[in-house]
Design a protein around this ligand. Structure first.
Ligand SMILES: *Cc1c(COP(=O)(O)O)cnc(C)c1O
Length: 340
């Protein structure tokens, strides 16, 4: 397969159009077969459910080249099942999970020339999404939907290695108890833009959201779950019904326990415990793990002993093991690596 002439190691994290995308339409109560198309545009009624009432959800996963030259993706079945949960919560029809995984394979195969080579640090980011496409003016679910999946090559999330970031405790909430924080809905991101723009203006990389009801427990950032390492080497990760169940976080819990022999705790984490932890990181598909060096709580700084120069040693071990599994250097648990 001839690869595109792309400067892989200098790619940023931005959209770039590729050759083919998958499209399936839901009409009269059923999904059609779906097709791969070269058309990267969408024509919609001005009154589409997605435009009026934000009826839309999405997923994100990656395909990449392993050390031995295979094109693979990581746990796409979990993206399929999480999208099912999102659709059910938003009164949208579920796209069958097995067909979701087939569509991932079809899209990557059709754009194989854009899958970055092993060692470049770049990956092919895959974006499945669904939206209400028929006209809705009274508040109710749309009757017709479109499921789409495109892909775009993206650079290493952190150029020149993962430097620890500084985050701040945010005074706005991300997700209400019994709300939609646990699903991957566009609406959760629309209302986070104000906070992220403000955080950047104030010199912070991300917002740490606390639980909306009591503001005493740690939830997550706008797009990544937290992991903490205690001074005696236990992985602690916050549990709450309003946190989005990150596939990276769930995978790291397995890696910590089964590969590194660590103790793992998935439990509510009080904000006032954080000062006692040794390491902190954010996890998600895009960066795998971003180390956090400092948390600013209204001017009061919590500085982790791992410092601002590099990833903490345990975080680094977690990162190296998970990326080793993804890249085929370390044997993966059954079903984690899906060959295209
Ligand atoms: C997508 C997302 C994550 C990360 O999930 P992964 O499956 O690891 O990519 C974390 N938090 C939020 C709010 C998200 O939308």
């Amino acid at each position: 397969m001839e690869k595109k002439n792309i400067d892989w190691s200098n790619l940023g994290f931005a959209y770039q159009v590729t050759d083919k995308r998958f499209v399936s339409n839901y009409k009269n109560g059923a999904w059609d077969e779906g097709v791969l198309t070269e058309d990267a545009t969408i024509t919609l009624t001005e009154c589409a459910g997605v435009l009026q009432y934000a009826q839309t959800c999405f997923e994100g996963l990656k395909a990449y080249t392993t050390e031995d030259g295979r094109t693979v993706c990581f746990r796409p079945d979990l993206n399929a099942s999480r999208m099912k949960d999102s659709c059910e919560r938003l009164e949208m029809p579920v796209f069958p999970e097995d067909k979701f995984v087939e569509a991932v394979k079809a899209v990557v195969r059709a754009n194989e020339a854009y899958v970055p080579p092993y060692g470049s640090g770049a990956t092919l980011y895959i974006r499945p999404y669904m939206f209400g496409s028929s006209a809705v003016i009274g508040v109710k679910p749309a009757e017709e939907y479109q499921f789409r999946m495109f892909c775009t090559p993206v650079g290493p999330y952190f150029k020149g290695g993962a430097k620890p970031i500084t985050i701040r405790v945010c005074d706005y909430d991300r997700a209400a108890p019994h709300g939609t924080g646990h699903i991957k809905a566009g609406l959760n991101y629309a209302m986070s833009l104000y906070q992220i723009v403000d955080a950047h203006e104030q010199g912070f990389d991300e917002n740490m959201y606390l639980d909306a009801a009591t503001r005493t427990y740690v939830e997550e950032t706008g797009g990544a779950n937290f992991i903490f390492i205690t001074k005696d080497g236990t992985l602690v990760t916050p549990k709450s019904d309003s946190i989005l169940p990150s596939i990276t976080r769930r995978s790291l819990m397995v890696v910590a326990e089964k590969y590194l022999g660590m103790k793992v705790e998935h439990r509510p984490v009080r904000f006032d415990e954080i000062k006692d932890f040794a390491e902190c990181g954010l996890c998600g598909t895009a960066a795998v793990i971003s180390p956090v060096g400092k948390i600013n709580d209204h001017g009061k700084e919590i500085c982790f002993p791992s410092g601002m120069d590099e990833m903490g040693p345990v975080t680094k071990k977690l990162y190296d093991t998970l990326t080793g599994i993804q890249m085929g250097r370390i044997e993966a648990p059954e079903g984690w690596i899906v060959e295209i």
